[in-house]
Write a protein that binds this ligand. Sequence first.
Ligand code: MEV
Length: 323
Amino acid sequence: MKSRARAPTKVTLFGEHSVVYGFPAIVFSLPIYVEVNAEKHGKTSILTGPANLRTVDLVLSDNSIEVGESTKKYLLRYISYIKKSLELVKVEGVKIEIKSPLPVGAGLGTSAAVAVGTIAALAALKGIELDKEEIAKKAWTVEKEVQGRASPMDTAASALGGILWLERVEDEWRIERLTALEIKLVIGVFEKQKTTAELVQDVAARLERSYIYKEVIKVMGDIAREARKALENGDWTYLGELMNLNHSMLEALGVVNKEIALAVHAARVAGALGAKLSGAGSGGAVVALADDPTPVAAALKVVGAKDVFVVNKPSRGVEVNIF
Ligand code: MEV
């Protein structure tokens, strides 16, 4: 028996970092999927990462781990998400294969998708029925354990799909589905220099250092509230302005490196209505809103994007099959 889960990645439209402190965020589940294949495999667990994940040549067996050279950089981050997922679903003797069009840590929720996909595939293999909400919760536990501190944003976007509003109200996370007219997003992927855990930690240190950063985080929450109205009314001009504002706040938090600053500027010069960093920062991804995506996509390539995607509809969340 085998199972296969397809878990979507995501782009954060508003509120990365501030969402860690409970302020609202808007996240768009991308129809770009991490695929997790699982099958029973005696007593041995084997994990393989194909080349397109940029985590190749990993074989984990009872007593040995073989690691290919090109794998080393991403390996530890990647494997910890799978190991935690295995612990959580309590499965042994399984072969897992992960395929992803994006590297882990690109700022597009690939690690959350790896956790969501692994949990969904392993649960299906064990005959456990988990609904999407339960998968989201378990995957969030994995992210919190690996990252130290994490909001439920990325794992909810991957498990549930759609465009989601997240906000912590009186210690409870409120997650709502938003409806929007067709939206044209251009996403550029750049090299990431720091892990999400490090960046979340950097921001926490700033918040401790000065109250002014707490004000910045609060303003990010206000921007997300305005953005929700603009998104629901299809007011793309205002939505673009709000993306620019959100980006400025991320710059103020110190998570925007030179490459991303340049890419955001290039997207705006090429006609984007708005552009911002997506994700934890220090490289990673840029998301732009555009009437005409073609010149914006070209501009992102010119300034060094490794991949560029144009997207207008969100995914429907994780899907799992047994065969
Ligand atoms: C990472 O995609 C987004 C952050 O807000 C962290 C989190 O929400 O857990 C930086």
